[in-house]
Design a protein around this ligand. Structure first.
Ligand code: CAA
Length: 391
């Protein structure tokens, strides 16, 4: 169980470099100019933000961690969380749509061979194409080891059969990393990972799912019926899939947690402004302790969540396994976003519940952070395992 104190890096600083400040400012400006003005409309229609994704791609706000030798920016995990907080501050539906290539390409960056990286990563940089992470299934979300999709070796090929659901961007993805059982008798040790082009015969998008929040991110279910892919599309060895998935999630959870901080920050800022303007009993409601204490708690918890996110990303960048800190960050930031957005609706009172005001959307959006990339309960499970059964 690595901790900051045990890390080989010396010194802790909260100061950002000039480059990091610039990155953050770039992402904030993008969120203000390109994301926020469209957020309500895209949310209403659950529209895929292809235009916003294309602009984010052009500015270099996507595919942040692709190594330089494959043409990428090779930004650090820390750089990524700074960008993720801002895009999600703009709108977490669009922020997730923009950021999800990090999850989709994560297994390739983590476990791909040089040939696989050279084949699959550069096209992501050339064009705003999407990739996705095909782990969850109708009957296996939290309990990954129980997934049922199969991959059967046939000479130089694999034949895949099964269903995936709740897959971010799958409906618009060029390829998906699909986790499938190559040996159904071995539990998690029987899972392998495969790059599956989504135009392969037999892959069928079954449903664009209609969500409560983060409605401008596509979340789809797809089926695979006798999908034949070359064996060279397997990532790692047979049986490596479970650990590839877990390592990817260790790496992406701080980014998702940063998104939750962005949503909480947006709700907090709106609540502060409203509390200064809205008058009851002859004074702005900010003067009522019932309101100002709620806002004081919001500010404190957002800051604590942000620091956990920074810690997890920083530790990851030191080359340490950051499983525990990633789950600390994801759990706390997701729960904070839910609490802060709920309280922001409360500060706005009846208006907060109305679609005319932006806080109800933030409350709907926040809920998903407690569910995807491992529920808040799964994060507690991971934390407890790290405490009682340290690896
Ligand atoms: N890094 C490396 N190895 C790890 C690891 C990690 N973070 N976590 C576990 N492992 C290893 C263990 O050491 C163990 O190895 P051995 O077989 O060598 O002993 C093996 O993996 C199995 O570990 P566990 O016994 O802990 O496995 P488990 O079956 O009890 O499950 C779990 C653990 C943490 C609950 C896991 O199933 C999990 O993370 N579930 C949540 C999945 C999740 O986040 N899903 C979200 C999908 S993505 C998404 O939502 C995005 C989207 O597109 C919507």
């Amino acid at each position: 169980m690595a901790t900051i104190e045990q890390s080989s890096a010396t010194g802790v600083s909260f100061a950002l470099t000039d480059e990091q400040r610039e990155l953050r400012a770039l992402a904030r400006a993008f969120a203000e100019k390109e994301i926020r003005p469209k957020a309500a409309e895209y949310d209403e229609h659950s529209a895929h933000p292809a235009d916003v994704i294309a602009k984010a791609h052009e500015l270099g706000l996507m595919n942040l961690h692709v190594p330089a030798e494959y043409g990428g920016l090779e930004l650090s995990t820390f750089d990524g969380i700074l960008i993720g907080e801002e895009t999600n501050w703009g709108c977490s539906g669009m922020g997730t749509a923009i950021g999800a290539n990090g999850l989709g390409s994560g297994p390739v960056i983590i476990a791909g061979t040089d040939e696989q990286k050279a084949k699959w990563l550069p096209p992501l940089l050339d064009e705003p194409i999407l990739c996705s992470f095909g782990l969850s299934e109708p009957e296996a979300g939290s309990d990954v080891a129980k997934l049922k999709t199969t991959a059967v070796r046939r000479g130089d090929e694999y034949v895949l059969n099964g269903s995936k659901t709740f897959i971010t961007n799958a409906g618009h993805a060029a390829w998906t990393v699909v986790f499938a059982k190559t040996d159904t008798s071995k539990g998690h040790k029987g899972i392998s990972a495969f790059i599956v082009p989504m135009d392969t015969p037999g892959v069928r998008i079954e449903q664009h799912l209609d969500k409560m929040g983060q409605r401008s991110t596509d979340t789809s279910a797809f089926a695979m019926a006798d999908v034949v892919i070359p064996a060279e599309n397997r990532l790692g060895e047979e049986g490596d899939g479970f650990k590839i998935a877990m390592k990817t999630l260790d790496f992406t959870r701080p980014g998702t947690a940063a998104g939750a901080v962005g949503v909480a920050q947006a709700a907090y800022e709106l609540a502060v402004e409203y509390a200064k303007e809205r008058v009851t009993f002859d004074v702005p409601i900010a003067m009522h302790q019932g309101v100002s204490f709620m806002i004081a708690d919001m500010a404190t918890e957002i800051e604590a969540a942000r620091l956990l996110v920074w810690q997890a990303a920083w530790l990851h960048d030191q080359g340490e396994r950051a499983t525990l800190q990633s789950s600390f960050a994801k759990r706390f930031a997701a729960d904070t976003a839910m609490k802060v957005t709920t309280d922001a609706v409360q500060v706005f009172g009846g208006y907060g519940y109305m679609k005319e005001y932006p806080v109800e959307k933030l409350m709907r959006d926040a809920k998903l952070f407690q569910i995807y990339e491992g529920t808040s309960q799964i994060q507690r499970l991971v934390i407890a395992k790290e405490i009682f059964m340290p690896r």
